[in-house]
Design a protein around this ligand. Structure first.
Ligand code: FES
Length: 236
């Protein structure tokens, strides 16, 4: 028996001769139940997947404020050793927001990375790039040692041994108003090229820089328009 092609494309299930069709029905029960089941499954999957996705991708879009702090006079620092400075990394939470930076003057004989106005002084973060324990500078050995799992960094902060996945992070430094300012943190790869800051345990050599993407915050050089004013020194 031949079937009218116009009836085949009708919106009514009876015209389309679907099994169990009712007169006036446009969606049969089987299809309706399929759509409802798939919709419910999709909602259940999204309720698990979306929070996990937000947790994973959220930090990428987080913008950290660019702030500068005075850490001393330029003449306080020399090329041959590091000066330990207590710095504020999170404002408004007291001692919990403080950390340590190791600072020295740039030495053109060993600091071969590209020179600009933000690296005339080298400021290294004390946070180990394995799991984040505080490292300590041992002057006699000219090494940074991590007490947690034996990570060792050389004088420039590059990995010399142990499990850390990249060199110690650095801070932008800038000289103005007769003082040395310390700015935002940035990360470096094994060639000490600048990258926007990553977390400990995130390598940025090779594909690592794509696997652990940047956060869009210090991808460009930080502005120096918001430098805090130097402290008033009596007699000056
Ligand atoms: S946290 Fe420094 S070596 Fe593990």
């Amino acid at each position: 028996m031949s079937v009218d092609p116009h009836k085949r494309s009708s919106k009514y299930t009876t015209d389309r001769m679907l099994p169990g069709a009712f007169e006036g029905e446009t969606v049969n029960r089987r299809r309706f139940m399929n759509v409802v089941t798939q919709g419910a499954g999709g909602i259940a999957a999204a309720s698990f997947a979306l929070p996990a996705l937000g947790f994973a991708l959220g930090p990428i879009f987080k913008r950290l404020p660019v702030s500068w702090q005075i850490i001393g006079r330029p003449e306080d620092f020399v090329e041959t050793t590091y000066v330990t400075k207590v710095i504020t990394i999170v404002e408004g939470i007291g001692d919990a927001g403080k950390s340590i930076a190791y600072v020295r003057k740039r030495d053109p004989a060993i600091d071969t990375e590209k020179e600009d106005k933000f690296n005339q002084y080298i400021a290294l973060s004390s946070r180990c790039m394995h799991l984040g324990c505080p490292v300590r500078y041992v002057e006699a050995a000219e090494r940074f040692i991590c007490p947690c799992h034996g990570g060792v960094y050389n004088f420039r902060g590059a990995v010399a041994g142990g499990p850390p996945v990249r060199p110690l992070d650095r801070f932008y430094t800038y000289t103005a108003n007769g003082f040395l300012y310390l700015g935002p943190r940035y990360s470096v790869n094994s060639e000490l090229h600048r990258f926007s800051p990553r977390d400990p345990g995130e390598p940025i050599d090779g594909v690592g820089q794509f696997v652990y993407p940047s956060r869009f915050d210090t991808a460009v050089l930080p502005p120096t328009t918001n430098l805090p004013l130097p402290p008033h020194i009596p007699g000056t």
